[in-house]
Design a binder for this molecule. Structure first.
Ligand SMILES: Cc1cc2nc3c(=O)[nH]c(=O)nc-3n(C[C@H](O)[C@H](O)[C@H](O)COP(=O)(O)OP(=O)(O)OC[C@H]3O[C@@H](n4cnc5c(N)ncnc54)[C@H](O)[C@@H]3O)c2cc1C
Length: 502
């Protein structure tokens, strides 16, 4: 319950995983926390929806950070902090790639098996492959040896430096580096370099020369360490459990509570105003909305700080996606299908609109998400909002149908009989992503406009406006559930120090 004069310690705008990790970490430290979510359920891009007996993940379904060991298992740690837990299912293969030049490669959970699969195609690069991926392990081992908290907090930095000097120096070395430069030191084969491009693109949505080495170190190693694990009951369970933990720890969440404006007094963020007109006051305000929504909508354009304008010159919005959420008969899937697939027929189209197709079949891990005898296939491919604007309803529907058909035809290559076995189809466009995820243009997140110095250009949680913080994929270290959980830990840590509660 709230009254008009109550001042929260922290108000969090949005219940994406970044927002919820911030909220739960702060609530566990005793802070009075309020989360305001514009939609009906928590999770944002890690949410779900249900239709005709199917439970579809709206976005993410390849989940890192749910492992048991080390320090990089941030989703497990976030849940543990507020005494909630979920059951997970091991995914034995991160991705099955179906690429041009007949590259058909599985990224096995077992590191050596993956290396064997890859070197079978590139025997002449056996040493280069091992050297490159081993260097990624060096980054991971540094990260995985220390508590991952706010890099904006000098006392923490000093503590970890004295505890783990070599790991810290290792990270400082890799912070400005991109994957392409490291890969080219070891690998000469142009086709193998294209494969490394795809290894990066499929989660960073940019090729290797623009993908920071810190992120690659996490992804390329953790898939063989903590592994990819699917939460039983669907990805939406992660957010639901975090909310359960938040409430147990005394925090509050309100749904259908769209924040219209961040209130600023004398240069300091002091509260928020909802679309309903309701006002809440907070000592600290955290935005889990994208940077473009935060600085441009919640903060009016004329008040955007200069450093944010500069950031927007370095980073741009990545495309959104065209998503096909399909319910299919089980007979569509060949025996021994894997959960995640990447399909590309022409290297030149890797980053193009509708070039690369991403596929998830979560029911191979958790059959309970679909009616008996059926599976879910979520297929998505990059697409831009501009291509979907200004259409009449009938034009929009016809365009959706035509785009879905083109994807289905391409998918028939790996799932013969897909069209005939289709039981349910829901098509989401960049407009759908914008509408339901509240993300400007439906963007997946920020990408560098040009080659930058690794991760050095990504902002941390504090902003130029006193009392206002950002969390989520527009902050260090970027997109992905485990990455935004990192951002949430860091944000809560910085705020707790500022509030003198941590
Ligand atoms: C199709 C797709 C597939 C993906 N696949 C994977 C994957 O396999 N693995 C992986 O790790 N990651 C994946 N990702 C990326 C991952 O889902 C995101 O990086 C991550 O979930 C972003 O979390 P976030 O906390 O930054 O914010 P979001 O998930 O964007 O959540 C922000 C929340 O804030 C709310 N909000 C926004 N504005 C307001 C406002 N004004 N008032 C109140 N509430 C507001 C929104 O409704 C939303 O709930 C995928 C993303 C997509 C779209």
């Amino acid at each position: 319950m709230t009254n008009d004069n109550f001042v929260f310690d922290a108000i969090i705008i949005g219940s994406g995983i970044g927002g919820l990790v911030t909220a739960t970490q702060l609530a566990a430290k005793g802070a009075k926390v309020l989360v305001l979510e514009r939609y009906l359920i928590p999770g944002g891009s890690a949410g779900y929806f249900e239709r005709q007996g199917y439970r579809f993940d709206v976005g993410a379904s390849m989940i890192f950070g749910l492992g048991q060991n080390g320090t990089t298992n941030l989703l497990t740690r976030a849940l543990d902090t507020v005494n909630v837990h979920l059951e997970t299912i091991v995914d034995p293969v991160q991705i099955h790639y179906h690429l041009p030049d007949n590259l058909d490669i599985k990224v096995d959970r077992v590191y050596d098996k993956f290396l064997q699969n890859l070197t079978a195609y590139f025997p002449q690069e056996v040493k280069g492959i091992r050297h490159f991926y081993n260097e990624c392990w060096q980054v991971f081992n540094c990260l995985n040896s220390m508590d991952l908290l706010s890099l904006e907090e000098p006392r923490y930095l000093m503590r970890v430096f004295f505890q783990h000097p070599l790991a810290c120096l290792g990270l400082v070395k890799y912070l400005p580096k991109n994957v392409g430069d490291v890969a080219r030191r070891y690998i000469k084969d142009p086709l193998l370099l294209k494969f490394i491009d795809m290894e990066c693109y499929c989660w960073s949505v940019v090729p290797a020369n623009m993908t920071p080495m810190i992120n690659a170190g996490m992804v390329f190693s953790d898939r063989h360490y903590g592994g990819v694990n699917y939460p039983k009951g669907g990805v939406g369970i992660i957010a639901q459990k975090l909310v359960e933990g938040l409430e147990k720890a005394g925090g509050q969440i309100q749904y259908q509570a769209r924040v219209k404006k961040i209130l600023i007094e004398k240069g300091r963020a002091v509260g928020v105003e909802l679309a309903s007109g309701q006002i809440y006051q907070g000592k600290r305000i955290v935005s889990n909305a994208t940077r473009w929504d935060t600085f441009g909508k919640l903060i009016p354009i004329e008040e955007i700080p200069n450093n944010e304008k500069k950031w927007q010159q370095r980073y741009e919005k990545s495309p959104s996606f065209l998503s096909l959420h399909m319910g299919v008969k089980s007979s569509v899937l060949p025996n021994n299908s894997e959960c995640h697939h990447i399909l590309l027929e022409d290297w030149a189209k890797m980053t193009a609109t509708a070039g690369t197709i991403f596929v998830s079949i979560p029911t191979l891990l958790d059959p309970g998400l679909a009616p008996e005898g059926h599976h879910i296939i979520h297929a998505f491919t990059p697409d831009w909002i501009e291509d979907w604007q200004g259409l009449s309803t009938s034009e929009y529907e016809a365009k959706k149908e035509a785009a879905a058909w083109r994807i289905t035809v391409r998918l028939e290559k790996i799932f013969p009989g897909l069209d005939a076995g289709l039981d349910y189809l829901e098509v989401g466009t960049p407009r759908t992503h914008r509408r339901f995820l509240g993300r400007q243009d439906g963007t997946y997140g920020p990408i560098p406009r040009r080659k930058l110095w690794g991760l050095l250009g990504m902002p941390f949680n504090r902003t130029a406006i006193r009392g206002l913080y950002c969390v989520g994929d527009s902050t260090f270290p970027g997109q992905g559930l485990n990455a935004v959980a990192f951002s949430g830990f860091a944000c809560a840590h910085r705020i707790a120090v500022d509030l003198r509660i941590g």
